[in-house]
Design a protein around this ligand. Structure first.
Ligand code: GAF
Length: 393
């Protein structure tokens, strides 16, 4: 169920669309960002991951304009360079990989990938975007936009693709059009997760088991610390980690690291590859253990797996940064049962599994730690497991 705040947002967005384009949209669609509880950098290794959809989302109001040659995209987001709402115009027949940059490349890439996958023609469209997933926060803000657009264009062109198909479409848009070599976790979480649950996702098959995540009942909260260190998945670090995993798999004679037993002997790997592969295998074991702890309500034990995951991402996978490490340390010091970076890393957000009574001291401690170091103040907020993507107007 979409809560009333989101219905109000959808109505407001439809109103904005009408004021801007002087006509009603064909509809409004929303797609949430995600927090990955555990299972980091496993999706492109065909592993199991445990994300949940958060109660923050991207929304798009869309109208097809088949008689026009140009799509017209705008956003409620004010571009700081121009002081105006971000805007883009795209000539439909020229939309090809490499032809669009900036924020419009996601929506354009989705239109392109949907045409390839479903064999439909996606005509020109008018689109207005609104999102409350902080951009660059590692909470999958760009995938949320892409999924919302994929849902809209799938409905409006009667392409008839399933949610799993749409996950593959948005991944293709991201990989081949936007140029970021990301896996399939984020869009799958946005499309397949359900309210009140974490989604145990098999990244090979996209099968999902929904596991109750009853935080409030356990007196717990998930705190997000958005470090405001902007992260990006297309600047080399992410691709280098992927390449190391592929190198490791080839050296060990398997197609992907998901094909190895978690206790495989990896001691013959070269010293650059070994720690990356070690992270992947141990993280797979941590997901298995974490899921069992979650099912049994062993929150403290789940918390320990989260913290171990962070240590491994920091030391073996080397995708953390000082801001994430300090956020994790301070959350743990102030009472969190566990804490870790979430998402690709290199900036973005950390999460903490925090008893409700310790929420205030966690906030105070983290803010003080950033202040002491002269770092930009992080944004702290709690998130709940919300519903997956849907049409809302
Ligand atoms: C980013 C990517 F988009 C995901 O596919 C995943 O690899 C994640 O980093 C790391 O687990 O969010």
């Amino acid at each position: 169920m979409v809560h009333s705040g989101e219905s109000n947002r959808a109505r407001a967005l439809a109103g904005e669309f009408q004021r801007h384009f002087d006509v009603e949209p064909d509809g409004v669609w929303r797609a949430p960002g995600r927090v990955n509880l555990i299972g980091e950098h496993l999706d492109y290794n065909n592993g199991l991951v445990l994300p949940f959809a958060i109660d923050r989302s991207a929304m798009v109001a869309v109208r097809l304009v088949p008689d026009r040659e140009e799509s017209d995209l705008t956003s409620t987001w004010i571009d700081p360079r121009t002081g105006e709402p971000a805007r883009a115009r795209l000539v439909v027949r020229d939309v090809q990989p490499g032809s669009v940059s900036g924020w419009a490349s996601g929506p354009a890439g989705v239109a392109w990938a949907l045409e390839q996958a479903a064999g439909v023609h996606v005509p020109a469209f008018e689109l207005m975007l609104d999102s409350n997933v902080p951009v660059g926060s590692g909470l999958s803000s760009s995938h949320a936009v892409e999924v919302a657009v994929a849902m809209a264009l799938n409905d409006l062109t009667n392409a008839g693709l399933s949610r799993r198909d749409l996950a593959r479409v948005t991944q293709r848009a991201e990989n081949e059009f936007v140029g970021a070599p990301t896996g399939i976790m984020d869009q799958s979480a946005s499309l397949l997760a359900t309210s009140g649950h974490a989604a145990l996702l098999d990244c090979r098959t996209l099968e999902v088991e929904h596991i109750p995540l009853q935080l409030a009942e356990a007196g717990l909260r998930i705190v997000v610390v958005d470090t405001c260190v902007a992260h990006s998945n297309d600047d080399g670090g992410y691709a280098a980690r992927r390449a190391a995993c592929e190198r490791g798999a080839a050296a060990l004679g398997v197609e992907s690291l998901g094909d190895l037993p978690v206790d495989a002997d990896i001691s013959d790997l070269d010293e650059a590859t070994l720690p990356r592969v070690r992270h992947v295998l141990r993280e797979r074991a941590r997901v298995d253990a974490g899921v069992e702890h979650l099912r049994a309500g062993r929150w403290a034990e789940l918390g320990k797996e989260l913290t171990e995951s962070h240590n491994s991402l920091r030391d073996d996978y080397q995708v953390s940064c000082p801001e994430l490490d300090v956020a994790v340390e301070r959350m743990l010091g102030a009472g969190a049962l566990g804490a870790r970076m979430t998402g690709a890393g290199f900036g973005g957000s950390a999460i903490g599994l925090v008893p409700a009574d310790d929420l205030e001291s966690v906030k105070v401690e983290v803010l003080a730690a950033f202040d002491e170091r002269g770092w930009q103040s992080p944004r702290l907020f709690t998130v709940l497991p919300g519903p997956g993507a849907s049409r809302v107007g």
